[in-house]
Design a protein around this ligand. Structure first.
Ligand SMILES: Nc1ncnc2c1ncn2[C@@H]1O[C@H](COP(=O)(O)OP(=O)(O)OP(=O)(O)O)[C@@H](O)[C@H]1O
Ligand SMILES: [Mg+2]
Length: 352
């Protein structure tokens, strides 16, 4: 029995008051009119009056308790409820019955929701901090390099033919790197703000893949990685923003070279017909990605320790951009990988 419930509380109080009444009634009769103890009507009156008293006390208690609690909790209930449903929705009526039970369950669910929100906000805050740290780190390295080269050139290096051209070339490289970071950031912020307009056309996905492979030819040659396309003669028509899909393919194939098996690697591009969509899979036989990293590689600036050990060059933005582009097309991108065996990235596009 829950004693904090108004109906139980009223019952208990009525019982106590009635028992006290019976004891007093009995004692007063014993002391004042002992003869009445042998009278049947005395017991009848006692029974009826105690019953009536019990009922009246229960009713009065129940009513006053309800009114009291109602007036006290109503405001709390309303505030919580308004918080939960938001201002626009119509609030539901305040429950007339089981007030405490109702308020308790409302508070419980409200607390759980708030707890979840707090966790999400904390995560976002951490993400924001990481993001700012990463951006400044990405900018700092080429900026410090530029500063170093320019200072050396100004301090007499400009007249030294053994380093002047070399240092200017290195400065140019660092400037290019800075520009690339800024371009990638610009691309991401445009994609994230949702302002990006897709210029959708119909194009041949296989032909576009060949274009991208050609563009990355020199890099693949340098790492001695062979890139093949299954059904290279086939024409697969898809719908999408061709330039943006080119960027997706470039970023994924570029990764397959960068994190591939340098010396004798193989990257395979395969197309799968899936009723309404075409699934493009890019498989390499490189270093692979650890399972906990799989969900994180699409985050801005996220780089795996393995990736970092292979090259310092990556910015950790390529896959974040690819994911945004694919999702802007209302399509999906996923990855699976086995350490030491290789990695497969796959994304879908609407078939026409
Ligand atoms: N094919 C792959 N094999 C193994 N690891 C990979 C592969 N592709 C991506 N990764 C890991 O995921 C990380 C994120 O990749 P992403 O392309 O976003 O950035 P990046 O290659 O480091 O830099 P960039 O912005 O220049 O592309 C990489 O740093 C690497 O650790
Ligand atoms: Mg990359």
């Amino acid at each position: 029995m829950k004693f904090h419930e108004p109906k139980n509380l009223a019952f208990l109080n009525a019982l106590i008051i009635t028992l006290i009444y019976i004891v007093f009634f009995f004692l007063s009769v014993v002391l004042l009119f002992p003869l009445l103890l042998n009278n049947f009507y005395f017991y009848l009156v006692l029974l009826i009056s105690s019953g009536l008293l019990f009922l009246i006390v229960i009713i009065i208690f129940r009513y006053t308790l309800d009114r009291f609690i109602y007036s006290k909790i109503r405001l709390i209930y309303k505030s919580i409820h308004m918080f939960k449903v938001g201002k626009k929705e119509k609030p539901v009526a305040f429950p007339e019955h089981d007030i405490i039970e109702n308020v308790q369950s409302e508070v419980d669910t409200w607390e759980k929701e708030k707890q979840k929100e707090i966790e999400q906000l904390k995560q976002l805050e951490q993400y924001r901090r990481d993001f700012i740290g990463n951006v400044s780190h990405e900018m700092k390295t080429p900026l410090f390099n530029i500063q170093g080269y320019v200072s050396t050139l100004l301090d007499g290096g400009l007249e030294d033919p053994s380093i002047n051209r070399e240092y200017l070339k290195r400065t140019e490289k660092s400037v290019e790197r800075l520009i690339r970071v800024i371009e990638d950031l610009d691309e991401i912020s445009q994609l994230e703000s949702g302002h990006i307009k897709l210029n959708k056309t119909r194009f041949d996905l296989v032909a576009l893949t060949h274009e991208v492979i050609e563009m990355l030819d020199m890099k693949a040659l340098k790492h001695q990685i062979m890139i093949t396309v299954n059904d290279p003669e086939k024409h697969i028509l898809v719908e999408g923003d061709k330039d943006k899909i080119r960027l997706v393919l470039t970023n994924i194939i570029d990764n397959s070279i960068r994190y591939g098996k340098t010396g004798s690697g193989h990257t395979k591009v395969t197309f799968f017909d899936m009723d309404e969509n075409i699934l493009t899979e890019i498989t390499d036989d490189g270093i692979g990605i650890d399972t906990p990293d799989l969900v994180r590689v699409f985050e801005r600036f996220y780089r795996t320790d393995r990736g970092r050990s292979v090259t310092r060059k990556g910015k950790g933005l390529g896959l974040a951009i690819a994911k945004h582009i694919v999702e802007a097309h209302q399509q999906t991108i996923q990855v699976r990988s086995t350490i030491g065996v290789g990695t497969t990235f796959g994304f879908t596009l609407k078939k026409v």
